[in-house]
Every structure is written in C-alpha cells, then in structure tokens.
Design a protein around this ligand. Structure first.
Ligand SMILES: [Zn+2]
Length: 919
C-alpha cells in the first residue's frame, strides 16, 4: 500500500546521519514546553493520551523548511509562528513539515500519542497483583518522538519544561524536580490553564473517560540543556523512599541532592531502599572526587520499572532500572554486585553522556564504553565488593570477545549511517570492548592522566556535544603524547588481539620469557599489531603442592613495531622443575585472547590457580579455546566439575555454569552429548546436597532446572523438591521460592510431568508479574504438537491467543517455551517450523518494533545442531538454509541481515568445534 505523502520522506522513521547533520547545522533549539495528559491512564484498556507541545527554535537560514520527528497517533493542530497550518498537508506518519522558517520560530502542536506495550515511548503496565497502572518512558535512541513532536537527534540539545496531568495520589515525576502541583478543576483540559482555547472536550475524551479521583497538574522545573533521548516522565502509584546526599567535589562547595528510589507498590516489601540509597551516596562521592565536576541535575531519582527492555537508562535525575533488580526471590551476591555495577554505570552517565553527549551515534562509545568502565571502577573503589574486576574479566569481557569475532564486528568508533544501525549498536563492542580498551588506556597512559583527561573533557564540553577528536585532544594534552596510533589501533580497528607467552629456547632453557602479540583486522584480513601495557605473571606450584601461586610478575610495554611481534620480558624468572603457568595478561589489564602454552594449559586443567583475578582470566582463556575448537567441550566440562564448582567467587561459578550449558548445546558432538549432560546433571544434584544454603547452592539449583528442562534426567529430584521432600534427598538450606518453583515446573512441563491445570493452579495461587511470565514459558514448553504450533504462531504474530499484543517479556517467554524440546518427537515438531521461520522473517521485521523483532528472529533461530561425523560444517542443512535466505534477501534491512549473519556464524563456530572434538 502506498499512501499519498504530503511531503518527501514524510513517512521515514529511519532518520539518517546526513539529515541530522543538515538539520543540526540549520537549527538552534532553545526550549520545549511539553504537557502530557495522563488522566485517562488508569482506565482499563486506555490506548491514547493528549499532548501539547511548544518549541522555540532559531534557524540560520530564512525561508527554508525543516521537519519535526513524530510517531504519535495523530496531530490535531499545528501552528507555526502564529499561523495555523493544514495538518493533512504538513503531517506525515513520521515527520511534521515546518515550511518558511524565520530566524526565530515557535511551533505549537496539539497531538495524541499511544501508550506503548513494547517499552518504547511511554510504556503502560497493569500490575496483575493489584490492577494498579504504572507508566514510564524509555527513549534511547529515538523514541521521545513517540510521545511528543521533537527534533530527535542528540546534538540538538534544548531546555525542557514538562508538565503532567494525572491522578492526585500518583507519583508524577520527570528529570527536574516539581515546581508546582495544582489541583485540576473538573472539566478543565490540558493547556487550558495557560489561556489557550479549550478543545477541552476533545482532550478529556482522548484522555479516556474514566477519571479516578481528583487530578493534579504537576509542572517541573526547566531542565538544563539536554538531548531529547534522555528526557523522561514517570507516573503511577509507585512506592517511594526518600533520602539525601550531602557532599560534593573535594575542596568545593557542599551540596544537598535529594534522592529517591521507587518501585511498584506490590514489590515494596522486597525493596531494599536503604542499601540502594547508601550505594547512591557512595557513588556520588566517588564521581565527585573522580570528575571534579558537581552533579549537574539537581535531584537524583532511581526507579525500578516493570517490563523494561534493558538493564537501565541514564535519564538525568530520573534513572530507570529493570525491576528484576528488586529481588523478590533469593538472589546471589553476584546479582547484588551486578545491580551495584548498573547503578554506578548509570551514575557515570550523568557526566559521560548526559552532561557531554556524542554528536551522533557513531560515537555512542563515548558514553557507553566510559560508563561501563567507570561502573566497574566505582564498584571496585567505592563499595565493599572486592570482585568487580573479576566479574569484568569473566563476564563483561566474554561478551566483547564473542561479539568481536563475529563477521559483523565493527570498530569501537562505529559507522552509523542511520537510526536503525544505531539501534543495533548497543552491543558487546560498544560497551564491553570499549570498557576493556579504556581499562587498558588507564594502564597505558596512567590512571592520573586518564582522570585528568576526563576532567578537562567535562569542563570544556559541559552541556554540549563531543566526538572522538575532542576526547583525543584532552588525552594528548595531559599525556603530551600523540595518541593517533593508539586510537587507530584500538578504537578504529575491529578484532581481538591474541597474546601468548613462551620461553626463549635460545636462552638455554633458563627461562627468558617472550610475549607474542598478533592480530588481524577483520575488515582487511591484514595483520595488525597494537600497543599494550601488560603485566606478565609466572604462577608455580606452591610448597604444599596444591595450587598455582603467583611467583613473579613484570610490567612491560608491547611495541607494535617489535620484530615478529615478540617482546622479551626482562628479569622474570621461571622455575623449570615445577608445574607452572605463564600468564601474559596478569591483572587483566589489556583486551586480548590468551593462547596458553601447552605446559600452562596442562597445569591449569589440573590444579587450581590461587589468585582470584588470575583464575578468572585463565577461565576466560579456556572458554575462548572451547569456542575456537582448541579445547574439546568434554575437557572443559570436566575441569568445571573438578575445579570450577569449588571456586569461591560466585560470579565466576555462575559464568562457568552458563558456559557449561552452552558447551553442551553447541560445542559437544552429538554422540558425546547425552552422557555428558547426564554426568553434569548428576554432579549438580550431588552439589545440592554438598552445600547448605548460600549462593553456590542456589546457582546450582537454577542450572540444574535449566539442564533438566533440556535433558530430563533429574526430574524425580525436582518433583521431590517441589513437594517439600528436600530432606529425603539430603538437601538442606535451599529456599524453594517462586523463582525456583517455576524453574522446576518448567522442566517438568517440558517432559509432560505437570498438566496445564497444575500450571494454572500455581499461577492462581500467586498471580505476580513474574509468575505470569514463567507460566507462559512453562505452558509453551509442553511436548504437544498443538501447543508448539500455537506458541510458534503467537511468537510470529506477537499476540496471545486472544489477539492481545504480547509485552516483550511475554514474547520472550513464548519464544523460549516454544524452543524447549523435551523429547525427540517434539524436537521434530519444532524443526518442521524451520521453513515457516525463514519465510516470516521480513514480515516480522516490518511489523514489529526492532526490539520485539530481535527477540523473535534470534530466539526462534533453530538451536542445538549436530554435525554428522566427517561432514563439512558449511554443508550443514541449517547453514545452507540460512545462506539461501541471505542470498535471496540481499536487500533486507541491514539490521535484520546482521542478526541472521550472526546466527549463522555462531552455528558454524559450534559445528567446527564439534568437528575438532571428533578428531
Ligand atoms: Zn549505558
């Protein structure tokens, strides 16, 4: 269908870098006044709400046109510089044309927007526990246009004055503190108080007829200059706890910052507000000292919101987090630490990203890499957790290494031609590789230089925008060195360097250590060397003969120009008579895959490494080797069971458990898989009895549930645990709460051992948001042809059986439930949908939001695949089928193709590892 468009590109949601650059050069946006009328939000099935927007902006050229971005439901009126414009002729599906600009302009728009169910724009959620309605906004990279008409690009910063109309008893919040809170007289419409002609009836009607109790209009203080993607609104009967911060930049003025933390009322009993407020205070102290720039946004609210698409979002003064961080079931210390890391990450953004913002999404790393690095640094230095860099080495970096070896990898400074590309770029490169490279930079240039560079960057670009060159400029000032080569090697070239350490044979075996650095630029296939500062460690068997302990370490700069990439490490002794480990990335200072020499590999597969960070670095190296087909999955699984499960740091154990499941699914040859799965399940069951309470036992129980869902060998044990029979199996201290109950039920459902009635009864007994998601997964996991077909249809349609749109969590649960194959017949039913999957891809991409479509496209891509003995991985039917789709859909959206290319690559990587393990 082609509609008659009122002006060129009126329907184009996908704003390009070029368009943004042109508009950015033309305009200077001064101020927005936005009023959002949420009086109708509590009504059942509320769909839309009225919005009034006034924007003041200047144009450097007179008489030309520009456009606003808008993805609302409708525009009722459009007035530019006092002149009413014909809506039909000026409003397209995605843009609003503003013709005949003057030097100074004011545009006023009355419009209607839709509540979101996909977490993009203004999301509306009904709490199943108590039927209360909760709303919050999420905009990055470009969804404020779903709420109000806006020049949606990060470098058109402006001041914003928001107001919200809503029920008096609700929390109504925005980036700035409220400055007035006036009761709304009955019948009064949005905007009427400002003397505008009524339209009152329309507004009230559009807002929904049901009014719940008295209403208020809350006006918020004008914000400092900021980008539209970090503006935010919040409304609902949120539970809130207030606090305050007193402190500031050392040597500077003492300031008071009001703090609050909020969550849904039904989660209040689980909300550890005091702990969150204390972390917040510590974080503010830390960043004040680190950046020497006072917190710029007045107050600091942190809200834990339902059905959130991501971990958190750094809206100045109103940070949103996923409410999975409100731990209503038992959580491990690693989960608390992850939450603290996220809290610090978002707080770092108040400076990196909010105060100084990238011009365009190419430089997304300028905020995400920094926030990711600073988040870990703050947890390490400003909290009681001592495992921050261990989590980083083993968790965050694993994400980066995986992504950086995909064919779709890209330099940290990316080429982002448009918004769709921007959306796909919130990835392991931008976050975790960028943070790893900054950790290396802090080692390479020195922590003090790094800190000073950040301080100059903020004071120079506060409330403005910046790009790579601006950061390099301050870095060069403080180091006195030219950083171009460094930036080219690390920020502008993709790919993972490989480090190895070896003994210099020419040295007579006495043990001079050489470090080899090599890399390939995936874009050109040419070899590339990078500058590093590293520490090389030698770990040897201790006197008791039990562990590999640090014997000596030496710092060294690796010169990219070193002959053959080999750098000798001076004065590092290596005893020749005992088991030993040469670790070329001691302290995990740099970003590199490690290739362990044979002696080191044999040692770490046999003996535990004593130092926690070295240990985490070694396990990361082992996992890389599994993925590269250099270490058979069975040897990795054996090492996890022998050495891994006993590790103290729960964050490492959780990572190893996850990797074990992946190793079984992807990297294990079919003929070895059943026995290895059974072995691991039995070992986990034994581990449940060996531990009494605590994080390790809980992590074990979760993994066992997931594994049993797949292979079904410990179902009697899960049944017994559900029925309160833990003691009969020698298990004590395990809290079988809502989370574990559902995890066990899902495993049992996958093997046909619980009925739909039982699942329904469990949900009826406790109807929480979590339970509804878990119930959906369990239902779709049942081994029944019709169940699978229905789940598949719902996932592709994005709706439930009554045609209602699925929220993101429910969509994921449907997808995950569908892919569970409890027995071979069910696996065959799932496999028969493969063609339908490929046939539906472009339609799904077109119909759904990018976030939803990604869940479906990646989630439904066929899972565990086996390689026949002697077969060629690239000839595997699924690899061929994927290639056929890629060939036939060369013109499909780049972001969709990217997902398929990545899935195909992961498939081939797994099959190659299987082939290697088969020998
Ligand atoms: Zn971030």
């Amino acid at each position: 269908m082609t509609a008659q468009l009122p002006f060129p590109r009126a329907d184009v949601e996908n704003l390009t870098r070029e368009e943004a650059a042109q508009r950015g050069a033309l305009l200077e946006v001064t101020h927005y006044r936005v009023e959002v009328d949420l009086r109708g939000a509590p009504a059942p099935k509320a769909e839309t709400y009225p919005v009034r927007t006034r924007i003041d902006f200047a144009s450097s050229e007179v008489g030309v046109s520009t456009f606003l971005d808008h993805l609302g439901a409708s525009v009722e009126s459009l007035v530019l510089n006092g002149e009413t414009l014909d809506v039909d002729a000026h409003v397209g599906p995605a843009r609003i044309l503003l013709p005949g600009l003057r030097a100074e302009n004011t545009v006023e728009i009355r419009s209607t927007s839709r509540y979101s169910r996909s977490g993009e724009g203004l999301h509306r959620f009904v709490d199943p526990s108590d039927e209360q309605v909760y709303l919050y906004t999420q905009y990055e990279p470009a969804d404020s246009r779903r709420v109000f008409p806006v020049f949606e690009q990060p470098d058109l910063k402006a001041r914003f004055s928001f107001s919200i109309i809503g029920p008096q008893h609700w929390q109504l919040r925005s980036n700035s503190p409220a400055i007035s809170r006036m009761p709304l007289e009955s019948g009064e419409a949005a905007g009427a108080a400002k003397g505008e002609p009524a339209g009152a009836d329309d507004a009230a009607e559009a807002a929904g007829a049901a009014v719940v109790g008295p209403l208020v209009r809350v006006e918020f203080a004008e914000t400092p200059r900021m980008s539209s993607y970090i503006t935010a609104l919040l409304a609902g009967p949120y539970h809130h706890v207030e606090g305050h911060y007193r402190g500031g930049v050392p040597g500077g003025e003492t300031v008071q910052i009001p703090l609050s933390v909020l969550c849904r009322a039904s989660l209040a009993e689980h909300f550890d507000a005091d702990a969150l407020l204390e972390l917040t205070q510590r974080g503010l102290d830390f960043f004040h000292a680190e950046f020497a720039y006072p917190y710029p946004w007045g107050k600091y609210d942190q809200v834990f919101v339902p059905e959130y698409n991501l971990g958190a979002m750094e809206n100045p003064g109103l940070v949103t987090f996923t409410e999975t961080y409100v731990f209503d079931t038992a959580a491990t210390d690693a989960q608390y630490e992850t939450r603290a890391n996220t809290l610090m990450h978002e707080m770092a953004h108040m400076w990196f990203g909010d105060l100084v913002t990238m011009h365009w999404w190419d430089d997304l790393w300028l905020k995400e890499s920094f926030a990711d690095y600073m988040g870990s640094l703050a947890v390490d230095e400003a909290t009681d957790w001592t495992t921050s860099w261990i989590s980083f080495a083993n968790g965050r970096k694993a994400w980066a290494y995986v992504q950086d070896q995909l064919p779709t990898t890209h330099p940290i400074v990316a080429d982002i031609p448009d918004l769709e590309a921007a959306d796909q770029n919130f990835d392991g490169i931008t976050y975790a590789k960028g943070a790893s490279v900054l950790k290396q930079l802090a080692a390479y240039a020195g922590r003090e230089a790094f800190r000073e560079a950040a301080r100059r960057y903020f004071s120079r670009h506060a409330f403005g925008n910046a790009s790579l060159g601006d950061f390099l400029a301050v870095l060069e000032e403080v180091t006195g060195a030219n950083m171009d080569d460094w930036a080219r090697a690390w920020l502008q070239t993709a790919g993972v360097p490989v480090l190895s350490a070896e003994l210099d044979a020419a040295g007579g075996g006495a043990g001079r250590v050489l470090v080899r650095e090599q890399g390939v630029d995936p874009a050109t296939g040419e070899s590339v060397s990078r500058p590093h500062k590293i520490r090389v460690g030698v770990h040897v068997m201790d006197a008791a003969g039990e562990t590999l302990a640090l014997h000596a370490a030496q710092e060294v700069f690796l010169d990219p120009a070193a002959p053959e990439g080999l750098t000798p490490v001076p004065e590092l002794s290596v005893p020749a008579d005992r088991p030993r480990l040469l670790l070329p990335n001691e302290d995990d200072l740099t970003y590199a895959k490690l290739s362990l020499d044979p002696e080191s590999l044999a040692a770490v597969l046999t003996y535990p490494v004593a130092d926690p960070l070295a240990r985490a670095t070694v396990w990361a190296a082992l996992w890389s080797m599994v993925r590269d087909g250099e270490l058979p999955a069975r040897r990795f699984l054996a090492a996890v069971q022998q050495l891994g499960l006993g590790i103290d740091e729960i964050v490492v154990v959780q990572g190893l458990l996850r990797q074990s499941l992946t190793a079984l699914e992807r990297y294990t040859p079919a003929d070895e898989r059943p026995a290895l799965q059974r072995d691991l399940a039995a070992r986990l069951a034994a581990e449940l009895t060996r531990r009494t309470g605590g994080d390790h036992q809980r992590a074990t129980a979760r993994t066992l549930a997931t594994l049993s869902r797949r292979e079904g060998s410990q179902l009697e044990l899960l049944e017994a645990l559900l029925d309160g029979g833990a003691a009969d199996h020698g298990i004590s201290g395990l809290r079988i709460d809502e989370e574990l109950r559902w995890a066990f039920l899902q495993a049992l459902a996958a093997h046909g051992r619980v009925s739909l009635d039982q699942l329904d009864a469990e949900l009826a007994a406790k109807t929480t948001a979590r339970a509804r998601i878990a119930h959906r997964l369990a239902t779709a996991a049942r081994p029944d042809r019709r169940v699978k077909q229905a789940a598949f249809g719902q996932a592709l349609a994005g709706t439930d059986d009554s045609g209602e749109e699925l929220s993101n969590d429910h969509l994921t649960a449907t997808v995950d439930g569908f892919t569970v194959a409890g027995d071979p017949e069910t696996a065959a039913v799932i496999e028969r949908q493969t063609d339908a999957y490929f046939d539906a891809l472009t339609d799904v991409w077109e119909r759904m939001s990018q976030g939803q479509a990604t869940r479906v496209v990646s989630g439904l891509y066929p899972g565990a695949q086996d390689l026949d003995a002697g077969a060629e991985p690239t000839e595997h039917p699924l690899a061929l089928r994927t290639q056929r789709w890629l060939d036939e859909n060369a013109d499909a959206p780049a972001a969709l193709r990217r997902l398929l290319i990545e899935e195909q690559d992961q498939l081939l990587r797994g099959l190659r590892a299987q082939a290697a393990a088969q020998g």
